[in-house]
Design a protein around this ligand. Structure first.
Ligand code: HAM
Length: 417
């Protein structure tokens, strides 16, 4: 037997691990800026938690769960979490916050598990960075969630598109659901196998069916069924997004694969990562806390697919993994280079001092291999003049810079993120 990793599971190392860490670091900083605090929850939960929240008829619960019976007497059914939202809601209720202090803002980061068909950007274990906000029903909260993702997008230097929709609330959504159900019944013979099976139980899934695309496009649209309050809420979200300069498009087919959404839903799409292009998604879930046994507290949030954003980063060639590779030619230069590298790191730059004793050519190849943006080269001549050669490895240009100006020159070139 060969002890290899499981299909759909990855080992992440080197450059890839750095991209993942870069996304997570940026996301944490963004969340902290918005006064969102961390929550850590278990990876393993009761299966029923997901059945009662993600939804019995969602693909996640129906087809993708890693679930098994525990060895206890009751044979409790456990599941590896496929998403973070249900666990966060459970923890929020279990801590009594829904009654004692309902307005809360949490973020979480960690592995999720879905037994999907693996392909580029789709894994069976993947990492999410999520934010959940409780006790706020206002449109500004929905807009802020997207502003957060937009800030992260900017920090990472990526191009992303926002798509939004509104699914209505407990007042208007049943009318919309009924309209889609009747539409599905009228076209029953044309529906795919999956839609046949789930039409009566969860008709809205017809709208995001990847097979019945034409039928889905012609189906009733939630926006035509919104009650006045939901219509006003959606308009306010859009206005706030426009004010915040977050470009967005309305996608009436955006129903999302999870059952708990009400009102605003959104997806964030990258054009750089292939078929699995949704790099983040979320929305409002005003009934979920109550459905899981808590008080009637509104909620909303999103989760970023950290692996997919990391792929987008690599595709955008941000992937300069080090700001500078420091190259010392000779023993005396090495002592000076150690000091300079320490100064650069103190300024927040990512710096590797390359192993001395090899020729310049080999060292420049190494600098390229580690993805350094700049090479800082110090030989005897530079040492004598208190300078260094600063080589821009992207532009293939170089100039001589005074050693005391090096940090400023590197930061001006886009380092110290
Ligand atoms: P979701 O759309 O199922 O929503 O997942 C959010 C993101 O996780 C996706 O947009 C995608 O980037 C990433 N993702 C999902 N499945 C995979 C996979 N198999 N491989 C790689 N990446 C994946 C949720 O999970 C909701 N809990 C989001 C939310 C939070 N809504 C409100 N609060």
């Amino acid at each position: 037997m060969q002890l290899t990793r499981l299909r759909g599971f990855q080992d992440t190392l080197g450059a890839q691990a750095r991209s993942l860490a870069a996304v997570e670091d940026c996301a944490r900083k963004m969340a902290e800026r918005h006064n969102v605090g961390e929550i850590r929850i278990p990876v393993l939960e009761r299966l029923e938690l997901f059945q009662h929240s993600s939804g019995e008829t969602s693909d996640i619960v129906e087809k993708q769960m890693y679930a098994f019976a525990d060895r206890d007497e009751a044979e409790t059914t456990l599941a590896l979490r496929p998403e973070g939202t249900p666990g966060v809601v459970r923890a929020y209720i279990e801590a009594g916050l829904d009654r004692s202090d309902p307005e809360q803002r949490f973020y979480y980061a960690g592995p999720m598990f879905r037994r999907e068909r693996p392909q580029k950007g789709r894994f069976r274990q993947f990492s999410q960075f999520g934010v959940e906000i409780f006790g706020r029903a206002d449109a500004a909260t929905d807009a802020e969630l997207m502003v957060m993702i937009d800030e992260l997008r900017r920090d990472l230097g990526l191009e992303l598109n926002f798509e939004i929709n509104s699914l209505g609330d407990s007042e208007c959504r049943p009318r919309f659901r009924q309209a889609v159900l009747e539409y599905g019944r009228a076209h029953f013979s044309e529906l795919c196998e999956d839609c046949h099976q789930r039409l009566e139980r969860n008709p809205l899934r017809l709208l995001d069916c990847k097979i019945d695309v034409k039928l889905a496009e012609a189906a009733p649209k939630s926006l035509d069924y919104l009650c006045d309050a939901c219509r006003a809420h959606f308009a306010a979200v859009r206005e706030l997004l426009t004010d915040a300069a977050v470009p967005h498009a309305v996608n009436p087919r955006l129903v999302r694969g999870l059952d708990y959404y009400t009102r605003t839903t959104f997806e964030v799409i990258s054009t750089a990562v292939g078929a699995q292009s949704a790099v983040a998604a979320g929305g409002r879930y005003d009934g979920l806390v109550e459905a899981l046994g808590g008080a009637a507290v509104p909620g909303s949030g999103f989760a970023i697919g950290v692996d997919r954003l990391a792929l987008a980063l690599e595709a955008a060639r941000f992937a300069s993994y080090a700001d500078a590779a420091v190259i010392a030619l000779g023993g005396a230069a090495t002592r000076r280079a150690m000091k300079l590298a320490a100064e650069m790191r103190a300024a927040g730059l990512r710096v590797e001092l390359l192993s001395p004793g090899r020729g310049l050519k080999a060292l420049l190849r190494r600098a390229d291999k580690i993805g350094a943006r700049y090479a800082v080269i110090i030989g005897d001549n530079e040492l004598g003049r208190a300078t260094a050669v600063l080589r821009d490895l992207k532009a293939s240009t170089q100039n001589e810079v005074a050693q005391h100006d090096l940090v400023a020159a590197l930061c001006a070139g886009g380092g110290a993120r």
